[in-house]
Structure formats: structure tokens, C-alpha cells
Design a protein. Structure first.
Length: 316
């Protein structure tokens, strides 16, 4: 399959993307967080193509992208708290898991009776969803396990030849995937995956609980969000996190292993996924990065890097 790349500005981008989606095929689309791999969320055959193209485990459900809260209400049974959170943070990097209204099993929900929904803050994507009239199921547009793509080049690195169309809208603004939460009838907000909408911001709307798996390696008990149990965001290079003085640790490491190609990230930032991919392209063997903190956007960086490093942290 030849993958066509169209700039967001090109005259036929919207038209062609809609046509491909109506045909039950996949389009890689820009969002403000990372690029997504989109299909009609209600078309199980189309959604199956997403799981194929990504090599994604079938029990890991996808996020439904909608144009507004009214469209979400067509299939998601939102709590009053969920509606308040959408009003405050959407369009934007917040995904809310609600009960599904219908009992029909959807492949995009991995047969669960819940559904994850977000309203992305990207003009092209919002117009595309409005034109299609159906929600778009879209996970990050990477091969499962690799860092999420934040530009068209990184999408093509994984998806060239696997999908018919990618829409290029430059660099993703946020660089890290959306915050995923549940917003219970009891007023509790549980963070399943941290992102640019921070725990501190959410705390103004209810009691915030951060699922322990966000920062800890647990493999027992019930997993509330299937995505938590898979190895994630990992480049080919090994990743080691330093809790303390990263530069000193890296200097010691470099003199002990002079033949290992080392890449040091002293201050991880929102371009972290692009950096991990660059390191791989440059043949880096070992990445040493500072362990980010537990507040604000740092919590999202900490969560992604802990998984990329398979929880290898040294104190220094
Ligand atoms: O920013 C984003 O959220 C990006 C862009 C493309 O919108 N999408 C994204 O999708 O990161 P994905 O598939 O890579 O991650 C979806 C996460 C997974 O951790 C998944 O387990 C969780 O959301 N999720 C989806 N549906 C769920 C559900 N019904 N219950 C609990 N967790 C769910
Ligand atoms: Mg992903």
C-alpha cells in the first residue's frame, strides 16, 4: 500500500480524509497531543485495521474523538462531574472514561462496557469529525510499544506502507498523550494516565486519586486501564533514569563504558518522544535521563519515562 501524505492546508485534505474514513480505512491525523491513527469508531472492521497496523493487543481499548459534548452524550453515559470537566478542559488533552450507553460490543472498547472519550484541540481534526458525523477511534499512530509520534516524519517511520493516508499538521503542541481519568458519580477523579491536564488543575473539581500504576510497577490485582500493563514508549536504546545528579552519573558511566554510545537528557521536556526517536536514529545505545517529579506536567513525563526505562531508576 502506498501511503499518501497531505498537508493539512491542501485543498483536498479534508475531503480525502473523510472519504478514506467512510470507506472503513485508516487515516493518521494530527491532534494537539500526538498523532493519532483514526478509524470510524462504530465500524468494527475499520477498527480491526487499527489493531493490525499497530500490532496492538486486542484487549487495549481506544479513545473516541468527538467534536463536542453533545456528540459524546450520544453513546457515553457521562456523570455531572464528567460534563463539568469537559466544559472546563475541552477541546483539550483530557480523556474521560464513562459507561457506554449501548450494550452492543464495540471492538474499539475492547468489548468493555466503558468508553474513553476526548475532544481534541486541533482545527483540522474537529472539522473532519464534524464532516464524518461518527466518532473517530484513534490511538497514537505508532507501532505498539514505541514512543508516540509527534510529527509526520515519525508517523511515517512506523506507518509508511501500512495505511493509505497521513495528514501533516507539523509538530504536535503538547508532545505527550492526553490525561485519562474516570469522573465518578461520587465526585472522585481517578487519574489512569497523567498528561497535560494536571492533578492540581483537576483537584479544583473533585477529590483526585492517582492510580498507583501511574508511577509504580505493579502486576497484581485489577488493572483499571488496560494500557497500563504493557511495555510502552520504549526506544531501541536502553533507558536509565537518575534520581539525583544526572550529569555526575553520566560522567561516571561514560568513563566506565567508553564504547557505549550515550545520550543524556538532563531535563526531560514535552518533546521527549521526538528525542527518544532521534536517539534511535542516531544509533544511541544508552539513554540516561533525569527522573521527572510528581507534580504538574512532570508527572506525565515521569510516567512515560518510567515505562520507557522499564522502571530502571538509580539514586545518585
Ligand atoms: O492524546 C491522546 O490520548 C492520543 C491522541 C491520538 O488522541 N491517543 C492515545 O491513545 O494516546 P492510546 O490508544 O495510545 O491510549 C489510550 C489509553 C490507553 O492507556 C487505554 O488503555 C486507555 O486510554 N483506555 C481507553 N479506553 C479505556 C477504557 N474504556 N477504560 C480504561 N482505559 C481506557
Ligand atoms: Mg499509545
Amino acid at each position: 500500500m502506498i501511503t499518501k501524505r497531505l498537508r493539512r492546508q491542501s485543498l483536498d485534505a479534508l475531503f480525502l480524509a473523510e472519504k478514506v474514513l467512510r470507506d472503513g480505512q485508516l487515516v493518521a491525523v494530527p491532534t494537539e497531543t500526538v498523532y493519532g491513527l483514526a478509524a470510524n469508531a462504530f465500524n468494527n472492521q475499520a477498527v480491526a485495521r487499527i489493531f493490525d497496523a499497530k500490532n496492538r493487543p486486542a484487549d487495549n481499548p481506544l479513545i473516541f474523538h468527538v467534536k463536542d459534548v453533545a456528540q459524546a452524550a450520544e453513546f457515553a453515559d457521562m456523570t455531572p462531574l464528567a460534563e463539568r470537566l469537559f466544559e472546563r478542559f475541552s477541546p483539550g488533552p483530557l480523556t474521560i472514561v464513562s459507561d457506554l450507553k449501548s450494550r452492543d460490543k464495540l471492538l474499539a472498547c475492547a468489548d468493555l462496557d466503558t468508553v474513553a472519550v476526548r475532544i481534541p484541540n486541533n482545527k483540522f481534526l474537529l472539522e473532519l469529525i464534524a464532516n464524518c458525523g461518527f466518532p473517530l477511534a484513534a490511538p497514537s499512530a505508532n507501532i505498539s510499544g514505541k514512543p508516540s509520534p509527534t510529527n509526520c516524519h515519525d508517523v511515517l517511520e512506523d506507518m509508511d506502507g501500512r495505511i493509505p493516508l497521513v495528514i501533516d499538521d507539523g509538530e504536535s503542541k503538547t508532545g505527550v498523550e492526553s490525561t485519562v481519568v474516570t469522573a465518578g458519580w461520587n465526585g472522585e477523579i481517578v487519574i489512569l494516565r497523567p498528561g497535560a491536564v494536571t492533578p492540581e488543575q483537576l483537584a479544583e473539581y473533585g477529590r483526585v486519586i492517582i492510580d498507583p500504576r501511574v508511577t509504580e510497577e505493579l502486576d497484581d490485582g485489577e488493572v483499571r486501564s488496560p494500557g497500563m500493563k504493557y511495555r510502552h514508549y520504549a526506544p531501541k536504546a536502553k533507558v536509565l533514569l537518575v534520581d539525583g545528579d544526572t550529569e555526575a552519573y553520566a560522567a561516571t558511566f561514560a568513563s566506565a563504558f567508553p564504547n557505549v554510545k550515550l545520550y543524556v537528557i538532563t531535563k526531560p521536556e514535552k518533546n521527549i518522544f521526538a528525542e527518544l526517536r532521534d536517539a534511535d536514529r542516531n544509533g544511541v545505545d544508552q539513554i540516561i535521563a533525569t527522573l521527572p517529579g510528581v507534580t504538574g506536567f512532570d508527572l506525565a513525563l515521569r510516567n512515560r519515562l518510567l515505562r520507557a526505562a522499564e522502571f530502571n531508576v538509580v539514586k545518585n
